[in-house]
Each structure stands twice: as C-alpha cells, then as structure tokens.
Design a protein around this ligand. Structure first.
Ligand SMILES: *[C@@H]1O[C@H](CO)[C@@H](O)[C@H](O)[C@H]1NC(C)=O
Ligand SMILES: *[C@@H]1O[C@H](CO)[C@@H](O)[C@H](O)[C@H]1NC(C)=O
Ligand SMILES: *[C@@H]1O[C@H](CO)[C@@H](O)[C@H](O)[C@H]1NC(C)=O
Ligand SMILES: *[C@@H]1O[C@H](CO)[C@@H](O)[C@H](O)[C@H]1NC(C)=O
Ligand SMILES: *[C@@H]1O[C@H](CO)[C@@H](O)[C@H](O)[C@H]1NC(C)=O
Ligand SMILES: *[C@@H]1O[C@H](CO)[C@@H](O)[C@H](O)[C@H]1NC(C)=O
Length: 352
C-alpha cells in the first residue's frame, strides 16, 4: 500500500513537471518530422511552379507572411475571409487590392492535405512559403521553426494600426517594429525584402509630384530615377506597377541597399533608412550594401524572429482544414468554445 502510494506520487510529480513544458511548446524545425516529413518539398514544388509563370509571386508570398505576423502574430489570421463572425484583414488599407498569393496558399494547402491530412497549419505554410521564396529568388535559406497553429479570429482594426505605411518616417517605422519586438537591425534587414517585387504607384506617387504637400517631388529621390518613375506612374495611374529594385527586379540580393545609397529607394519608408540625417540605420545600410553575407545572415535571423511573433502552439487555435475559414464545429463543441471564450473574456476584464 505504501509502495503504491509512493509510486503514484512519484509519477504525478514527473507528469506535473513535464506538463507545463509541453503546454508552452516552442517552435521546432523538425516539428513535422514524423507527421509530414515531406512538407518542405511539397510547399517548394507548388511555389516553384507558380513562380515560373509569375516571378513576382515570390515577393508577394514574403509580404503575405509579414502582413500576417504583424497582426495578432503569425497565425494565418490574414487568410480568413469575411463571414458572419470574421471581419477580414484582407480589406484593411495595407492589404486591400494589394495582397497577392491567397490562391497560391490554397494550392499549397491542398497539396499538403493530400499528403498529410489535418496536420500542417496554414500559419506554417505561410512561413515555409516565405523562406522558399527567398531561396528561389537567390536569397538565403534557413531551417524554419515550425509548429504554429491557426487563429480562430482576425482583426482588421489591428491590421490598419500595426502595419507600417509606405509614407512612414524613420521614427514611425522604428515604433511599428518595436511594437512587435523587432529592433533597428531587424527593421533594416527585413526592409531588404524590397530587393524584389513590385509596388503600386499609389504607394509612392506623392513623392513624384507633391511630396508632403510641398508642390515638389521628394528631394531624396535621384532625378533620373524620378523621371523614370514619373513615366511609369503618370498622374492618375495609381494601379501601375514599379519594380522595387530597378537594377535586379526579381533577384534577392544586396542591391536594395546600394540603391538607397544613390537615392533610388522606391518608397519613402525605404529611403528614410539612408536619408534621415544622423540616423543609426545609415551604417547598417552601408554594411549590408558592402557585405551580402552580413545582409543574408541578418535577414535570416530577423525572419526567424518575426516568425515567432505571437504564435499559437500546443492546444491553442486549430489546424484549419481550409485556410480561408475557421473549422466548423459540432454543436457540442460550439457550446464548449462559447463557454471558454466567455470565461477568457471574464479573465481579461478582471486582469484590467
Ligand atoms: C476569399 O476572399 C478572397 C478575396 O479577399 C476571394 O478572392 C476568394 O475567392 C475567397 N475565398 C473563398 C474560398 O471564398
Ligand atoms: C476594398 O476594395 C474594394 C474594391 O476596390 C472596395 O469595394 C472595398 O470597399 C474596399 N474595402 C474597404 C474596407 O475599404
Ligand atoms: C482587435 O484588437 C483590438 C486591440 O487589441 C481589440 O480592442 C479588439 O477587440 C480586437 N477586435 C477583434 C474583432 O478581435
Ligand atoms: C515623423 O512623423 C510623425 C507623425 O507625422 C511626426 O510627429 C514626427 O515629427 C516625424 N519625425 C520626424 C523626425 O520627421
Ligand atoms: C499639393 O498638396 C497640397 C496638400 O495636400 C495641396 O494643398 C496642393 O494644392 C498640392 N499642390 C499641387 C501642385 O497639386
Ligand atoms: C537586434 O536583433 C538581432 C536579432 O535579430 C540581434 O542579433 C541584435 O543584437 C539586436 N540588436 C540590438 C541593437 O539589440
């Protein structure tokens, strides 16, 4: 009797000692090693075949991941469509008519579900697609920490609040990144994703004609580049597209930073990194423009850091079956989730 009691207490101690660890699960590059060992190559195959027809998609997929992570964390909330209970982030100002790749994510999800049904989250698919896009464009590769789960909610208000705007000055850019736990080096490194992809003219047209209401172009724009952009974006052509990197538009390289040094940053938020007098970002731009390995190493570290923002792990959230919608629940589960939502709301009210 005493022996049995001893063993029971001993096991309870072990279980209690292990449980908190597994509830507070960390992301891990080998998360799907047993449950979906080929997930990386499945994602790569779809992204690669899409990019052969549409090279711009690689940059679009990196942007989609970024716009997901800055809004209640990397939880695939950006993929949720409008429904009776979801106000989609896709219609927030930074996303509406400019995010791309939703259909590609659905293609990837279908391919992944065919191989390993119900296992891989849409949030992890977005993260993997971003890394693979960097690689396919000639940029760095890294081991992607995995194990994110998908949100049950979206938040358009937060998408409007948190995502940095193209007309932000350096102070505003730093604040938007600090709010997500990202520092000045992360800001400069992640901005380097503008080494590929396109921007709608609407995001920078004021710089070409009437900068900050001055009646003149932005003085931090190179004059030849200004003339090129005015041709690309005649007033009234807000939906025309310009390359972010006028030198190597579809290649992931360090030219973004050498462009900034010669006043060829496309958005105000790009050029601010180099043209703000006395800024601590200037030396980082100079470093990255002279040393591609330093840029790639920082980009990798900052992407992993960004990929960790606000992730749902363990039993939080869910693995969505279709990335644009939360899973349908049985009536019984619905009651349970309403009850748990009510109790968590009470919890947050009492903690204020
Ligand atoms: C989700 O919404 C997007 C527009 O934001 C639309 O293109 C797409 O067809 C919708 N997806 C589904 C599965 O309804
Ligand atoms: C998003 O864009 C569509 C098409 O231009 C427009 O009809 C809709 O009102 C926009 N949504 C928001 C919230 O501004
Ligand atoms: C969105 O986030 C804001 C700020 O955290 C919060 O006040 C609001 O309730 C959230 N809205 C939804 C629909 O979750
Ligand atoms: C940046 O923009 C904010 C908001 O418009 C403004 O308050 C601030 O003075 C600006 N900072 C600089 C350095 O121009
Ligand atoms: C430039 O913008 C300012 C403020 O929006 C406006 O008052 C002014 O008329 C514009 N100038 C030109 C030349 O369009
Ligand atoms: C900023 O974060 C990076 C990791 O992304 C880290 O290596 C670096 O030391 C940090 N810089 C500062 C100034 O804290």
């Amino acid at each position: 009797m005493r022996g049995f009691f001893h063993v029971t207490v001993c096991c309870m101690v072990v279980v209690l000692g292990v449980l908190p660890l597994s509830l507070d699960a960390q992301l891990d590059p080998s998360f799907y090693k047993k449950t979906c060992p080929n997930v990386h190559s499945i994602v790569r195959q779809v992204v690669s075949s899409v990019a052969q027809k549409d090279p711009r998609m690689l940059a679009s997929l990196v942007r989609l991941h970024f716009h997901d992570c800055f809004v209640q964390g990397c939880d695939a909330s950006i993929l949720l469509n409008n429904t009776a209970t979801i106000v989609s982030e896709q219609e927030a100002f930074p996303n509406n008519n400019s995010i791309r790749g939703l259909d590609v994510v659905n293609q990837i999800k279908t391919a992944v579900e065919n191989a390993c049904p119900g296992v891989v989250s849409c949030a992890d698919i977005l993260t993997l697609a971003a890394e693979i896009s960097s690689v396919l464009a000639g940029g760095p590769d890294w081991k992607v920490p995995l194990g994110r789960r998908d949100s049950l909610t979206a938040n358009r208000t937060l998408a409007n609040q948190n995502l940095p705007a193209p007309f932000f000055n350096l102070t505003q850019l730093k604040a938007a990144f600090v709010a997500q736990g990202l520092n000045t080096t992360d800001l400069v490194a992640l901005s380097g994703a503008h080494t590929f992809g396109r921007s709608h003219c609407a995001f920078f047209t004021d710089r070409l004609y009437n900068f900050s209401g001055s009646g003149k172009p932005d003085p931090t724009l190179d004059t030849t580049y200004l003339q090129q952009l005015q041709k690309t974006c005649p007033n009234g052509g807000p939906n025309n597209l310009a390359n972010f990197d006028p030198t190597t538009p579809d290649t992931f390289d360090k030219n973004y930073y050498s462009n900034l040094q010669v006043k060829k940053g496309l958005l105000q938020s790009d050029q601010e990194l180099f043209s703000t007098t006395g800024a601590d970002t200037i030396s980082i731009v100079n470093k990255f423009s002279s040393d591609q390995k330093a840029f790639f190493d920082s980009f990798e570290a900052s992407m992993i850091k960004m990929g960790n923002i606000g992730v749902l792990t363990g039993t939080k959230g869910e693995i969505r079956k279709q990335c644009n919608f939360v899973n349908k629940k049985s009536a019984e589960l619905d009651i349970a989730s309403v009850a748990s939502r009510e109790s968590s709301q009470e919890g947050s009210v009492s903690s204020i």
